[in-house]
Write a protein that binds this ligand. Structure first.
Ligand SMILES: NC(=O)c1ccc[n+]([C@@H]2O[C@H](COP(=O)([O-])OP(=O)(O)OC[C@H]3O[C@@H](n4cnc5c(N)ncnc54)[C@H](OP(=O)(O)O)[C@@H]3O)[C@@H](O)[C@H]2O)c1
Length: 311
């Protein structure tokens, strides 16, 4: 075989394997991989930022599927309404909750973890995240606003995971435990006007694989799995644009996330429409991509202005 024929075969094989993986992940994989985390007594899923959007849809889906859930929010009334809404979905489940404003600098993480120490938590889903949408220059944001965005997206999930890790590690020695981090496409593509959101999500992107490597450094002491979610546009409380193939509803997206559990992968694009979008974005020349991201930023601010007008 000459060099070019060999090269052609290797390249074809590479793309064939990629296609096979795509078909396997989105069409053929069994959808009950989450059951892996239901071994042992009364499994709990803790989901942060679960009074609205993707987090609330995840809590509802997992509760329906037999997990007990721990929900989290910052507003007492909204949290209680969420607990009641979830409890109504099943008679024999338990719904716990806790309040913490994730932009605060005085969260007692150890105290939160201690409260739930006796529970068999097998899923920790770091979902909370977001940004202020104000069309200001970088230096016009106050120092506190900058710190809040970093706490909201990067520090809260890091320090919450740190607080829960010792007890999750113990649990993982008898049955599987999964820690999930909800990321964003913006971790890979810099959207103008929200630089610290995109930078914080880039931090979150690296965290699961780093923690995974660290957990495996000392063999036999931990069996925790980690997963990063590449999340594109999803209709939620923040993104109020109509749902379509490229933008699923929060309920639809949550169902795809749960379907990805148990896949053993450290990074997933749970929703097929996002996978296709991501492939297209990756293939764009940089000058077109920059223009498209500028357009995205403008759309976000127009959407926010419309929302504020309504309120
Ligand atoms: N939606 C998208 O298009 C999209 C795209 C990429 C990535 N993501 C990521 O997906 C995750 C969920 O986003 P979402 O769109 O579902 O958000 P959402 O609908 O706005 O819901 C956010 C949840 O987080 C809570 N929350 C917000 N700020 C908080 C704070 N300071 N302290 C405590 N809780 C707070 C909210 O509580 P309240 O109910 O009190 O507001 C709500 O429960 C985030 O990490 C986001 O970055 C979303």
């Amino acid at each position: 075989m000459d060099f070019f024929a060999l090269l052609g075969t290797v390249i074809s094989l590479y793309y064939l394997l990629k296609l096979a993986d795509f078909v396997w992940f989105y069409f053929l994989r069994p959808s009950d991989g989450y059951k892996k985390y239901q071994r042992g007594p009364q499994s709990y899923a803790l989901i942060t930022g679960s009074t609205d959007g993707i987090g609330k849809s995840l809590a509802k889906d997992l509760y329906r599927k037999g997990f007990n859930v721990i929900v989290h929010g910052r507003d007492e009334k909204k949290l209680k309404a969420t607990v009641d809404e979830i409890k109504a979905l099943r008679e024999d489940g338990i719904v716990e909750s806790f309040i913490a404003d994730v932009t605060s600098s005085s969260i007692d993480y150890a105290d939160i973890a201690k409260r739930f120490d006796d529970l068999n938590i097998t899923l920790l889903i770091n979902n909370v995240g977001g940004t202020y949408l104000e069309s200001k220059r970088f230096e016009e944001w106050s120092e506190n606003d900058h710190l809040s965005v970093i706490r909201w997206n990067a520090l809260f999930p890091t320090l919450l995971t740190r607080a829960f890790l010792p007890s999750l590690r113990k649990t993982s020695l008898s049955h599987p435990v999964l820690i999930v981090f909800n990321g964003s496409f913006s971790a890979e593509f810099a959207i103008p006007r929200i630089p610290l959101y995109t930078a914080s999500k880039a931090f979150v992107h690296r965290l699961p694989s780093s923690l995974s490597a660290d957990e495996r450094f000392i063999a036999g002491q931990s069996n925790i799995e980690f997963m990063y979610l590449h999340t594109g546009s999803v209709q939620s409380n923040t993104i109020t644009e109509p749902a379509d193939f490229s933008r699923p509803t929060s309920d639809d997206y949550a169902a795809h996330i749960v379907k990805a559990f148990g896949s053993g992968r450290e990074e997933v694009v749970p929703y097929i429409g996002h996978r296709i979008g991501l492939t297209i974005i990756h293939s764009l020349p940089s000058f077109i991509l920059r223009g498209a991201l500028k357009g995205e930023a403008n759309k976000l601010f127009i959407m926010e202005a419309k929302k504020s007008k309504k309120e």
